[in-house]
Design a protein around this ligand. Structure first.
Ligand SMILES: Nc1nc2c(ncn2[C@@H]2O[C@H](COP(=O)(O)OP(=O)(O)O)[C@@H](O)[C@H]2O)c(=O)[nH]1
Ligand SMILES: [Mg+2]
Length: 146
């Protein structure tokens, strides 16, 4: 997800382009302003933490762009492309390392496990919004496919 600060700062294209260029397939994409109830379900693991209220205020503060991304080891690959939660720990070349300064405005969200991906995809997308298709470059991305 491109978070509200990423949208406001004109970073949608850059974020999408990094994933696309890496070979990660975009299976779904939409812009929305997350209703508070949905934000609370998205971030239920953080309920009770000191930053929870400000996190809900942040993620509902403006439009976001939600995506379903697919690829070999996509969760690990995409999380490493995002960089650490605290952008000051994120190396240059990562999204947060290149575009953010503070944890409270760290530009992107990404699922951290297969279970959380499944849960979050079901929260944000209907089945008919998620596309199955082949990218024409797949034989040139994946080992043993030529
Ligand atoms: N203000 C503030 N926000 C935080 C803090 N820790 C996490 N967050 C926010 O909550 C989001 C979710 O936290 P977490 O799941 O730990 O990190 P992520 O999976 O890398 O996004 C982060 O991306 C930040 O936007 C904190 O200590 N302070
Ligand atoms: Mg997380």
């Amino acid at each position: 997800m491109v978070k509200p600060d990423g949208v406001q700062r004109g970073l949608i294209g850059d974020v999408v382009s990094r994933f696309e260029g890496r070979g990660i397939k975009i299976c779904a994409m939409k812009m929305m302003k997350i209703p508070k109830e949905l934000a609370e379900r998205q971030y239920e693991e953080h309920k009770g933490k000191s930053f929870y209220d400000s996190l809900i205020a942040y993620i509902t503060s403006g439009p976001v762009v939600c995506m379903v991304l697919e690829g070999d080891n996509a969760i690990t690959v995409c999380r490493s492309m995002m960089g650490e939660t605290n952008p000051q720990d994120a190396p240059m070349g990562t999204i947060r390392g290149d575009f953010a300064l503070h944890t409270s405005k760290n530009v992107v969200h990404g699922s951290d496990s297969a279970e959380s991906a499944k849960r979050e995809i079901e929260l944000f997308f209907n089945d008919y919004e998620i596309q199955k298709y082949q990218r024409i470059d797949e034989p040139w991305l994946y080992e043993g496919k030529l």
